[in-house]
Design a protein around this ligand. Sequence first.
Ligand code: SF4
Length: 623
Amino acid sequence: MSPGSSTAISPRARPCISTWVRNLPNGGRSAPTRARLRLRRWSMSRALIQLASVPPDDLAAQDRTRREAALQLTWAAKQNTDMVVFGGPDPTARADLLQLLTLAGVLGLRSGIAGGISRLGDDAFLERLVGSGLAFASLPVFGEDAVRHDALSPAADFQTTRDVLKQLQARDVEREARVILRRENLSRLAAIAESLFAYAPLRIVFAFEEAGATGSMPPLDAAARAVIAALLVLADSPMRPDGAELAFSGFPLCAIHVFPDRNADIAPWRTELLEASAAASGRIKTARCEGCAEKSRCGGVEARYLAVSGDAELRPIPTTRSNSFVYRPTGRIAPFDIERCPIQNGKIPVGNAARRLFLANGDGVDVYETDSGDFTDAEIDRVRRELGQIYLDLSGETLHTDFQVEMAKLHPHPACVACPAYINCPGVWMREPADVFALAEAKLLPWLEQLSGEILDVGGGPLRYASLFGRLLAEGRIRYTAIEPSPPALLTTFIERHASSARLLPIGIEEYPAPQARFDWALVLRSHNHFRDLDLAYATLFAALKPGGRLIAVDNTAYGMVRSAEAWDRLAKLDGAPHFEHYRNHTSEDALPYFIRAGFEPIERHPVGPRTANQWLVVLRKP
Ligand code: SF4
């Protein structure tokens, strides 16, 4: 029998299914040998079973692989799986595909197929698959027309693929078009997707995978940016019909970290390999992935790609961390005469100076301590003595939204700063009379007033400067592009209000397919510490700026907060893991090497110090 023939499998073969089930270990009631199949234990909504290519005359191999597939089906049924998807080089070339579909139905599973579709063009065969329970099909697509598709496709030609999509649509079978990314088609992803809209409802998945196609896999970075660019174009496309969903797959999370609900590898509707081995999936992680915060969630990259291109494009994702620590009250020392300092005189032991703090209060000092596990002693010491970033909580709120009103800056007593023992002493702290937050803003605002031309704002700048930016937009002085992966409603509303000259891209700077030399100004207003990859971020901004264009970077260092006993108690009783957004707490000194490496020249810098707020400002220029 020929595997290409629709008569290869007789319907009479179906009774064999019960024999398969009976012959499974313990009548199919127990799990198959996990050591051999390494099956996942958790339930999944869609499970992928890879069907090997078997020569039609190798009956022993056919029998063995069919039994393995049957074992996996039985296991999937026990795991409350909704659908099994038969994949492999070309599941339709398997002589036993109809039998497997029928077995899946007997076990209460819906069935799908993914991969090559050499026989789906045969209408009668497709009819029989549907009759046997086919509920889903995923087809590879390479181009938007016959010339481009056929030049890359290793199997079904353009016309067959489109005919099959049409037939699936007519039979109301759920369908997915996998646009296999190649160097040759990377610049036309939106056009390819638009050519598939006629088959909606369907899901269009941009797939970074080998898929046996001709042509070559594109560089990972280029592929990721091309996919993001296509998604952004298609999101606004008036041609996109209801039911045409867009997704991507095969990308490590360091390449595309946005749009998790479009990521076919991690979205709730994902299809997971039933056989949980790297060898089965073909995707691996490398030594560079050690320490990556997303290592457990990430699927890695195709091993064949890494073998050719190496892993230099993998950029481990740092772990987020706290940006503040809390001092709580632990006692009082009174009287405390700083002019005859009892600590300098050796009358009072200081303990761990990095973790204690004395707050001047009347004739004595209140003693505060921090037991923060988020900061080392050395980090706390730097925040306290070098940066002087200690604040008094005025509002008692768990979260502060208006630092200027809710927090008072503290500074070390001048006698402490001059004292030789200060290096090993908590020091006495007192309220700073100046409004340090207003002073910090006063350094930034004149720069923002100079904005003109094309503005690229990375983050949610307009939330704080909405009236200033709104005025510049109304005056026609600026055109405004914001990049923000999680845009808050206020930012969305701002963009909608100024839609004629403002737009929002819901992505991170690391995903931004930046136009070259387009912008006059780039703004990084409190988003530097949110960047996953600083080198990539500033290289992107450098490329996006015109020669002579300027970058304004502002961010906040870590700080310590002196809290009351009541506020501390409320904090300590909070449930759940804390939510951190910073990957780091850079000072301007820490950030400077990244600007310089990208090619920027500093024009003006305002670092953080004991008498300033914790906000630094650096203005730079692209030569
Ligand atoms: S560094 Fe490795 S584990 Fe982390 S996202 Fe990239 S590929 Fe995945």
